[in-house]
Design a protein around this ligand. Structure first.
Ligand code: FES
Ligand code: FES
Length: 161
């Protein structure tokens, strides 16, 4: 299993053609081969959520997916989400409400939060906790993160009226 396999996919809207080893996971591919280091790696076994990315519109843990499994898909990383301005309000709410300290969990938190807000524009605090229950933060104690997501949901609903 040491022969690289050709792999073509969209990453943040741009086509990528690469040769990848069959055992390489998507998180390491994004970070090491594409230098998209906003996708963080914590536990490397699907527990912490730091490596969360979107694949074909669904959030997944990129440490649990092989890069070759992403062949033919569209992957969006935190860089794609933030550079496009899609989560500018969420990022600002995190900053204003001190919802990050070291920032290691933040890319995964933002990916998961945006996923929730797209599915559920008016989530309760319990809904937010549930949706983020697979994302660990060792710094903030979570309350500020929930506040920031709740505030963003309120602002988005008001501006949609
Ligand atoms: S690094 Fe993927 S879930 Fe922790
Ligand atoms: S801000 Fe440090 S792990 Fe969440």
């Amino acid at each position: 299993m040491t022969t690289p396999i050709p792999c073509s996919l969209l990453v943040n809207g741009e086509r990528v053609d690469a040769d990848v080893l069959p055992r390489l996971n998507l998180a390491d591919f994004l970070r090491d081969q594409l230098h998209l280091t906003g996708t963080h790696v914590g536990c490397e076994h699907g527990v912490c959520g730091a490596c969360t990315v979107r694949v074909d519109g669904e959030i997944v843990r990129s440490c649990l997916m092989l890069a070759v499994q992403a062949h033919g898909t569209s992957v969006v990383t935190i860089e794609g989400l933030s550079d496009g301005g899609e989560i500018a309000d969420l990022q600002e709410a995190f900053r204003v409400r001190n919802a990050l300290q070291c920032g290691y969990c933040t890319p995964g938190m933002l990916m998961a939060a945006q996923d929730l807000l797209e599915q559920q524009p008016a989530p309760s605090r319990e809904d937010i906790r549930e949706h983020l229950s697979g994302n660990y933060c060792r710094c903030t104690g979570y309350h500020a993160i929930i506040d920031a997501i709740e505030a963003t949901a309120d602002t988005r609903r008001r501006s949609a009226r």
